[in-house]
Design a protein around this ligand. Structure first.
Ligand SMILES: Nc1ncnc2c1ncn2[C@@H]1O[C@H](COP(=O)(O)OP(=O)(O)O)[C@@H](O)[C@H]1O
Ligand SMILES: [Mg+2]
Length: 270
């Protein structure tokens, strides 16, 4: 095979959607969610996401994207319908055993990356080993098992921040802090990564870099990725499948490369 053919084949492999034939990681059936009587945010969402998929969830502000993610991981009670996440089936909220099993295999990244500013970068990443319900009380980087420190250093190297392990988190730029948050989410090698506006940033260039890093690491480790975005160019570039919410329902669900400008007008014009 010529070098050019090989390079073309490699590029195609990188951009080709992962085949959606893996085990279901997330199943939502007839999911309804309201916070109060006045407004139903989700009005019967049916969605199955399989192992290895990278799914962009889009929709206008207030369309329920964050609400949907929170229902999937049991942060908000479901009003009606059912959810199965990583094999844990629940109708209102997962029970505490289900919750801790789910959380052990799920990584989260939010727009506000919530690092502990006065702690070191390494400490922040090691904290990811504790799980999302872990407490800082009684925990310090120096008492963490050596295997956790090693995992955290490896995760930092993956986000190109190996040289910053001992820096205070708040000494880093916004984009670097976002990469620390990615390392913290990936350090436990989750099966599922939930990212709510991970690349929302005032600086579009670093936002794109963050998204590219994310998508690459998820592909490399076979992690299923669900992320919300209001930047359609990024959603298209870094996902295999785009799901659009409108008026509480799934309005579009198709390969990201098939999303047209007309689709977007309809999604965002409510
Ligand atoms: N904790 C909450 N309590 C009451 N209403 C909420 C809460 N969170 C979100 N909402 C409302 O639910 C709707 C969907 O919000 P959200 O899921 O944040 O949308 P998106 O992430 O797509 O912008 C909005 O009308 C918002 O005001
Ligand atoms: Mg949101």
């Amino acid at each position: 095979m010529s070098d050019l053919m090989e390079a073309t084949r490699a590029a195609a492999a990188e951009t080709a959607p992962a085949p959606a034939t893996g085990d279901p990681v997330v199943i939502a059936k007839g999911l309804h969610k309201s916070y109060d009587r006045r407004r139903v945010v989700l009005k019967g969402v049916d969605l199955t996401i399989r192992e290895g998929e990278r799914v962009a969830l889009i929709g206008s502000n207030g369309s329920g994207k964050s609400t949907f993610l929170k229902c999937l991981i049991g942060l908000h009670p479901i009003s009606e319908g059912e959810v199965t996440t990583l094999g844990e089936h629940f109708t209102r909220l997962p029970d505490s055993a289900q919750r801790s099993r789910m959380r052990r295999s799920t990584g989260f990244v939010f727009q506000k990356h919530c690092l502990v500013k006065r702690r070191s970068v390494l400490s922040n990443v090691v904290h990811g080993m504790l799980g999302t319900e872990g407490s800082w009380r009684g925990f310090s980087q120096s008492t963490a098992p050596e295997s956790w420190r090693k995992a955290a250093l490896d995760a930092l190297a993956e986000v190109n921040l190996a040289g910053f392990a001992d820096s205070r988190a708040d000494a880093l730029s916004g984009g670097q802090q976002q990469r620390v948050a990615i390392a913290r989410a990936l350090v436990r090698r989750p099966r599922l990564l939930i990212a709510d506006e991970p690349a929302a940033s005032r600086d579009p260039v670093s936002g794109r870099d963050v998204m590219a890093l994310f998508a690459r690491l998820c592909r490399q480790h076979g992690i299923t990725l669900i992320f919300t975005s209001h930047d359609m160019a990024q959603a298209r570039e870094f996902s295999d499948r785009t799901v659009a919410l409108r008026a509480g329902r799934i309005f579009i669900d198709r390969p990201s490369r098939d999303i047209t400008p007309r689709d977007l007008e309809e999604v965002f014009d409510v």
